[in-house]
Ligand binder design. Structure first.
Ligand code: FAD
Length: 560
């Protein structure tokens, strides 16, 4: 007798989108399920995300007119994913992900809508102009009752002043301020303020959008099935008996408990991006966890625990890379998705030179920052340079347009540089004034003509996604001419790690010999990604987390 304190069919570790989907799927297959979550809030980084999922060849995409097939999706993914990811796992993703999405719509309150968001590499064989990315439809958080109070808050970039949640289309309204934008903004304030009497109880916005809408919907699906989600309960150790994992030791408010998982244990505790020691051991670049945009609880506990019971690990040196802003005093970095593609800004290294297409996807730009870091031309940090016209029109990281510099938070003012000439700006940063002036002069000449002769910014289809369509012929280019000039440090960081435990097409954890460890599954950033080290489109982290969560939950209960 191993002295179990508690028994369930399926134990799910971690309450991000991967874990919650696994739990709902297992419950639908008639399992008794328990979700444990280390922190006092559920939702993980998933709750703070855009909530987008990249799922090719789906009925939702077809409704929007997309022509797609399993073969096209495979020819797009196969060369991008790492050679050490088997064909079978990629094919499993392509087949099971649309199935998961159909099931989600049929059985749960979660709803997605396909968006015209281009694949990150439309120009590759099998790439598509849009509708493989799907975004969560806003969710009415009132349905969660008191449970909404423990839902992890959205990231500052997914909400106005970090409080009022916005929808994807509202982002555009506020970004480009077309006619009537003030009314749209007024509506957002009204929607927030008029939620009485909740407004007197909590600052939490119950109109859930993006990642919060996704996690809110999944949380309701759990409630409807009576599945408990236990907060402040972290996995410490896995219990292996023979060739099976049969349960886990968890720590709940300082006390250890042993929980038996009769049918399966799903590891869904995210990556190790917030663990300085593991970062130092495995990742290139900074070991400082605040360079990650992920929330602070993803320490890789379950990757270490799985390795101890014989799990194989893969691609541990890899992250979902991203350029990030770091505001002093904030515990997590801010992902830069949009602003780099807007016309009138450039990114330069510490020698004052551009070194990449700034408008490429965040993964590509993040990698470029890491790979170009050299003595004498450092890129950690690099500097994003923009002028007064840009400042007035668009946001730049934490800096919002129309809000005067003097009213910016102290941390933001601390890192911002501002000067009346490009040369003076360069001197403030501590870089060569001549070099920066030459870079800006060359860029401006290109921008006037709308062709980036150095790095083809605005050439690839993806670049235009976040450009300003009113600026032609190239929506990502405008000269940097009007004083005062601004600079902000920007770093090569990440939004999570994507190496981890090796899994097969059923999300089962494999040992070094490629044999499944009975009863043990891993999904999301806890597992080595089906995407290898690549980032083929918006939603390639959450799509697989949820698809393999669905597969794991069902497989554990003996349903295919
Ligand atoms: P998480 O959602 O992080 O969940 C892991 C959970 O496990 C956490 O709640 C954690 O507290 C818990 N945990 C950790 N250790 C333990 C333990 N020992 N015991 C129990 N619980 C534990 N990706 C996309 O695909 N689409 C997007 O639109 C998108 N937008 C993003 C926007 C931002 C600003 C950021 C930062 C990221 C974005 N991402 C996006 C990336 C995405 O959010 C993550 O890759 C994804 O959420 C990972 O999901 P997960 O379920 O693996 O982990």
């Amino acid at each position: 007798d191993l002295g179990w304190d508690e028994e369930v069919d399926v134990l799910v570790v971690g309450s991000g989108a991967g874990g919650l989907t696994a739990a709902v799927a297992a419950a639908d297959a008639h399992g008794s399920v328990l979700v444990i979550e280390k922190s006092g809030e559920y939702g993980g980084t998933s709750a703070t995300s855009g909530g987008g999922i990249w799922i090719p060849n789906s009925p939702l995409g077809r409704e929007q007119g997309l022509e797609d097939s399993e073969e096209e999706a495979f020819s797009y993914l196969r060369p991008q994913s790492a050679p050490n990811v088997p064909d079978g796992v990629i094919r499993a993703y392509i087949r099971r992900a649309p199935e998961m999405l159909g099931w989600l719509h049929e059985k749960t309150p979660v709803r997605f809508t396909s968006v015209p968001y281009p694949d990150y590499h439309v120009e590759y064989p099998g790439g598509k102009q849009g509708f493989r990315t799907h975004l969560p439809v806003p969710f009415d958080g009132r349905q969660l009752g008191a449970d909404i109070l423990h839902l992890r808050a959205p990231s500052p970039a997914a909400s106005l002043f970090g409080i009022i949640n916005w929808r994807f289309d509202e982002t555009y309204t506020l970004l480009f301020r077309p006619k009537g934008w003030q009314k749209a903004l007024g509506k957002m304030f009204w929607r927030y303020g008029s939620d009485l009497p909740h407004r007197f109880r909590s600052i939490k916005d119950r109109h859930l959008t993006l990642g919060n809408a996704l996690v809110g919907g999944l949380r309701l699906a759990l409630k409807e099935r009576g599945v408990p989600l236990r907060l402040n309960t972290g996995l410490v150790e896995l219990v292996r008996e023979g060739d099976m994992v049969t349960g886990a030791v968890v720590e709940q408010k300082g006390k250890r408990r042993r929980i038996r998982a009769r049918r399966g244990l799903v590891l869904a505790a995210g990556g190790f991006e917030r663990n300085a020691e593991l970062r130092r051991k495995h990742l290139p670049g900074s070991a400082d966890p605040t360079i990650s945009g992920s929330q602070i609880n993803n320490m890789g506990d379950t990757i270490v625990a799985a390795e101890k019971v014989g799990a194989a690990l893969r691609n541990m040196h890899s992250t979902w890379s991203a350029p990030v802003f770091r505001v002093p005093g904030e515990e997590r970095a801010r992902l830069s998705t949009i602003e780099r593609a807007l016309p009138g800004c450039i990114i330069v290294n510490q020698a004052g030179k551009r070194y990449m297409n700034e408008a490429a996807s965040y993964h590509v730009v993040g990698r470029q920052i890491l790979e170009n870091d050299r003595p004498g031309a450092g890129t950690q940090p690099s500097w994003v340079i923009f002028d007064a016209t840009f400042r007035h029109k668009y946001p730049m990281g934490p800096l919002l347009p129309l809000i005067p510099d003097a009213l910016q938070p102290k941390g933001v003012r601390k890192i911002m540089r501002k000067a009346d000439s490009i040369e003076a700006l360069a001197r403030q940063i501590g870089m060569s004034a001549d070099a920066l002036a030459a870079t800006v002069t060359r860029f401006n000449a290109d921008a006037e003509r709308g062709v980036d002769t150095e790095f083809d910014r605005g050439g690839p289809a993806y670049d235009k996604m976040y450009g300003d369509a009113r600026v032609q012929p190239n929506p990502t280019l405008a000269p940097i001419v009007k004083a005062p000039f601004y600079a902000f440090p920007i770093y090569g960081g990440d939004i999570g790690t994507n190496g981890g435990v090796v899994t097969d097409e059923d999300a089962r954890v494999l040992d070094e010999g490629g044999r499944p460890i009975g009863g043990l599954y891993a999904v999301g950033n806890n597992a080595a990604s089906v995407m290898g080290e690549s980032y083929p489109g918006a939603g390639v982290t959450l799509g697989p987390a949820m698809a393999f969560g669905y597969v794991a939950g069902r497989h554990a209960m003996g349903v295919n």
